[in-house]
Write a protein that binds this ligand. Structure first.
Ligand code: HEM
Length: 398
């Protein structure tokens, strides 16, 4: 970049590319006190790139038609096309791993207080990415037109029926039919391959730009001063990226091990049966990454309406963390009370994920209820913990 040739210089005068490069890459300084968890943002981008590339290959043979979709995936791509199965396994495993990487990325932000001022816009755009990614996974799941694809779409779209006044009409509008049918498949296809990925790219760009403007957080939650940045910071390019390449390589080893030797965790066996609108599978449940939210939906087993409200709230509540938690201490590393609440929340999320796969009857139904309450208690505790810490800091300052 330093050496300006004729073309680069010409372009630079028009687009200021070297200035942009400096702000985004070579003069963006990261603090030294960050750990490998700060690589998960870049890993998320890597998995997204894998999804796009493998998805383009799948698109070459996939048929978005209720009569042809199942065979185009399970026969044409999996059996007839050379290496078609590699692309399908890669896409399915990447979709699953995307949520693992995303959850670690979010948990890192929660633990180290990266949602707090001045990083609210980073958090809000991150939350939008999570919603968009969930919608992408949900619409993509219908495309193979298997039994679980069909009934998951039928169950989730039915939830919209409960919205007062407009609910029943809205469900028909979303499906394009009274039941999930060919019209649903074609619109989910359009959303999955064009609309949602485009939005994801735009919002990711804003997310990254926002990180660059406010700077990365660190384990202690104490920002570097302008002077410290050049002395103590590590330039993103090429120093920090060199470390990221190492992390990416290790990740790819693990990823392709899953693609070639353990891909079945990302595919539901029931989905190898074609969709049958006359036969509901004995248990309908989502992929592992939505099980915790699904369990919150079922947790309020005594009231369907309450369950639905809790389900929507459970997905949206992390958006409000910057305003629920007003503690002057940023990083969880220096917040004993918050640390306890955080780990209880993580264990509860895992507990809800396990329960989501079990039948919602007897003791399991009650455990689901308790788990859902604990989920919300974490967020309810944030203002209280903040208040306690605020007075502790004030007392220490006096
Ligand atoms: C497609 C999804 C996403 C992509 C590609 C992505 C990408 C990135 C990248 C590359 C970074 C900078 C490197 C790093 O600090 O890890 C970052 C930082 C960050 N992201 Fe995301 N992200 C995504 C989703 C999310 C979500 C769902 C949230 C939270 C709800 C989130 C919250 C944050 C925060 C708070 C930071 C700043 C971290 C810090 O400075 O400590 N991101 N993201």
């Amino acid at each position: 970049m330093e050496k300006k040739g004729g073309f680069i210089e010409w372009l630079d005068r028009r687009l200021a590319i070297t200035a942009v490069w400096r702000i985004m890459m070579s003069e963006y300084y990261l603090p030294k006190n960050i750990n490998f968890l700060w690589s998960f943002g870049v890993l998320t981008m890597l998995v997204f790139a894998i999804l796009v590339v493998s998805g383009i290959f799948l698109l070459m043979y996939y048929k978005p038609d209720a009569k042809l979709a199942f065979d185009s995936v399970n026969k044409t791509i999996m059996m007839d096309v050379a290496f078609g199965w590699v692309f399908r396994h890669t896409h399915a495993v990447a979709a699953s791993i995307m949520f693992l990487v995303l959850y670690i990325h979010i948990a890192r932000g929660m633990y180290y207080g990266s949602y707090k001022a001045p990083r609210e816009v980073v958090w809000i755009t991150g939350f939008l990415l999570f919603v968009l990614m969930s919608a992408t996974a949900f619409t993509g799941y219908l495309l193979p037109w298997g039994q679980m694809s069909y009934w998951a779409a039928q169950t989730i779209t039915t939830l919209f029926e409960k919205i007062p006044f407009i609910g029943p009409d809205l469900v028909i509008w979303i499906r394009g039919n009274y039941i999930v049918a060919d019209a649903t498949l074609t619109r989910f296809f359009a959303l999955h391959v064009v609309f949602l990925p485009l939005l994801l790219i735009v919002v990711t760009a804003i997310h990254l730009y926002a990180v660059r403007i406010v700077g990365s957080n660190n384990e202690d939650g104490i920002p570097m001063t302008k002077e410290e940045k050049k002395v103590k910071g590590i330039p993103f390019w090429p120093v920090f990226m060199a470390k990221e390449y190492f992390v990416m390589s290790v990740f790819l080893l693990f990823f392709f091990y899953l693609v070639f030797f353990n891909y079945d965790f990302a595919m539901d066996p029931i989905n190898f049966q074609p969709a049958n609108i006359l036969q509901t599978p004995p248990h309908i449940y989502p992929e592992w990454y939505f099980l915790a939210y699904y369990e919150v939906l079922r947790g309020f087993f005594f009231s369907q309406n309450l369950g639905l409200i809790a389900f929507v709230a459970s997905m949206f509540i992390i958006l409000f963390m910057p305003w629920l938690d007003k503690s002057p201490i940023v990083s969880g590393k220096h917040r004993p009370l918050y640390k306890i609440a955080f780990w209880v929340f993580i264990l509860d999320f895992l507990f809800l994920t396990i329960l989501g796969k079990l039948p919602p009857t007897g003791l399991f139904a009650w455990l689901g209820f308790v788990g859902s309450i604990v989920f919300f208690l974490f967020f309810a505790a944030l203002p209280i913990i903040s208040k306690i810490e605020k007075s502790q800091v004030e007392r220490a300052g006096r």
